[in-house]
Design a protein around this ligand. Structure first.
Ligand code: GLC
Length: 511
């Protein structure tokens, strides 16, 4: 039997470089050397891999998701030598490194776009999507951009007299993937980082790269929604097959996990192809699901029905684009129970840095707001120590999340009852259990307000139960079980009492 590829049993930890840690002499914006200096935290926690959000050269209109050179490090984050050193030191600790690949668009300051807009006959003109104004004037179609309300996905370029397409900011013109030179150039970017030793890519907005050649108007049902949340063109699948061949041609299990921002699990599943497209695809509906058992049952039904037959699922409850779980669900108890959920469902979990501290989003006053998409709160800096400055070398670029004196890495590490220790116990329990890492999943009949399931691989079996209600609930399970990990830290190692406290979750093992 072929060995299981690492990414099927891994827990992948997302780092947003600006917000993780700066290095000595730093200016309050996190950098690659800051990450390297804190790798101890990741090994202590027990994650398997890191995914780094973009650290490439960028004018920072979208804080790095507007790339002006894919093959260099922005001076804010350091140098290519810092990237090499980070990759090497992570590998020396057994941590895999996944980097972001922003394929749908570039910065408007990227030399390709600078050339493209210089004239209609320029070498790179067709690398982007240009159209004449609509017959009566105005944008070529009704597509809407992300960020802001009702913003056209087109900006008029006075000098060359045409509109260019941007599903995100005007500073992020969309690449034209129907131009073969674009695909080649973006494959060169992949090769550049593979040759530097990265273990894979998180492919940004990857469902958006193929465009309807007719650029038809969005129909009434989806008109007004950002096109980046509905674009689902067959051309993308061909590009993903080519990407997959490229990755699979390299030694080692290099992975591509795609951000498929279509809030429909059946559609997300199609991006696994016939096992020849994405290795993994983000499935976001669970991230937008309230803390309610019935809603979660539905999400799990969808994952079973659509994802499991298509490929290996992923679980994402948090990232740099959305309020944190502690903020969304409203209490630390729930954030703790959500940690159990994230780390025990069948699939590869993505853990966003800072959730292990139970961080809440920062309250960002309007005069300090920076992100055009209103996402500053979840990007607040990670507090490392209790002392003023919290381990940073200058005032960070965004305000602290609430309560940094108590909610920081040092203080939570010193407190065995903290949420950070809960994450560590869960990660250790996963590593020790083939069932939790990669086993089959079967949901159990459970009373209202609860979700329970088993995971099994050979003789190894675990049961998991989550109480989504604010009241104690009874749950009887066939057989004899002991509590291995509980979200409130209570009764671990003791026999399962067939009762679950309010907003708590447990991992059980057979006695
Ligand atoms: C993805 C990223 C987001 C970014 C957008 C445009 O959704 O996660 O942060 O703004 O793509 O690149």
């Amino acid at each position: 039997m072929a060995p299981v590829p690492w990414w099927r049993s891994a827990v992948i930890y997302q780092i947003y470089p600006r917000s993780f840690a700066d290095s000595p002499g730093g200016r309050g914006v996190g950098d690659l050397d800051g990450i390297r200096r804190h790798l101890d935290h990741l090994t202590w926690l027990g994650v398997d891999a890191v995914w780094l959000s973009p650290f490439y050269r960028s004018p920072m209109a979208d804080f790095g998701y507007d790339v002006s050179d894919h093959c260099d490090v922005d001076p804010i984050f350091g140098t290519l030598a810092d990237a090499d050193r980070l990759i090497a030191e992570a590998h020396a600790r057994g941590l895999r490194v996944v980097v972001d690949w922003v394929a749908n668009h570039t910065s408007d300051r990227h030399p390709w776009f600078v050339d493209a807009r210089s004239s209609r006959d320029s070498e790179h003109r067709n690398w982007y999507v240009w159209r004449d104004p609509a017959p009566g004037g105005g944008p070529p179609n009704n597509w809407r951009a992300a960020f802001g309300t009702d913003v056209p996905a087109w900006t008029f370029d006075e000098a060359s007299g045409q509109y260019y397409l941007h599903l995100f900011l005007p500073e992020q013109p969309d690449l034209n993937w129907s131009e073969p030179a674009v695909e080649q150039a973006m494959h060169d970017v992949i090769r550049f980082w593979l040759d530097r030793g990265v273990d894979g890519f998180r492919a940004d907005a990857i469902h958006a790269i193929g465009k309807d050649p007719a650029l038809a108007d969005d129909p009434p049902g989806s008109a007004g929604l950002p096109r980046s949340s509905t674009n689902d063109d067959p051309a993308t699948h061909g590009h993903l097959r080519a990407l997959r061949r490229l990755l699979d041609g390299y030694p080692g299990d290099r992975v591509v996990v795609g951000e498929v921002y279509l809030l429909d699990t059946a559609k997300v599943a199609t991006y696994y192809g016939d096992g020849d497209e994405l290795h993994l695809a983000f499935n976001f509906p669970p991230l937008y699901t309230p803390w309610e058992a019935s809603a979660w049952h539905q999400r799990l039904d969808e994952a079973e029905r659509h994802l499991a037959p298509a490929g290996w699922p992923t679980w994402v409850l948090s990232n740099h684009d959305n309020p944190r779980p502690r903020t969304r669900y409203g209490s630390e108890d729930r954030a703790r129970a959500a940690a159990v959920l994230l780390l025990t469902l069948q699939g590869t979990p993505f853990l966003y840095a800072g959730d292990e501290l139970g961080l809440e989003d920062a309250v960002v006053p309007p005069e300090r707001a920076l992100d055009p998409g209103g996402r500053d709160g979840c990007r607040a800096p990670l507090p490392w120590t209790a002392a003023p400055g919290h381990g940073w070398h200058a005032e960070p670029w965004l305000p602290w999340p609430p309560d940094p004196k108590r909610r920081n890495v040092d203080s939570l590490r010193a407190d065995p009852s903290s949420i950070m220790h809960l994450y560590r116990r869960l990660l250790a329990a996963r590593r020790a259990s083939p069932a939790l890492e990669r086993g089959a999943m079967q949901r159990l009949a459970s009373p209202d307000g609860l979700v329970a399931w088993t995971r099994s691989e050979g003789d190894d079996v675990r049961a998991v139960a989550v109480n989504f209600t604010g009241a104690e609930r009874a749950l009887t399970l066939p057989g004899d079980w002991a509590i291995e990990v509980s979200s409130d830290g209570r009764h671990e190692g003791r026999p399962w009492p067939s009762r679950l406290g309010p907003d708590t979750a447990v991992v059980l093992r057979r006695r």
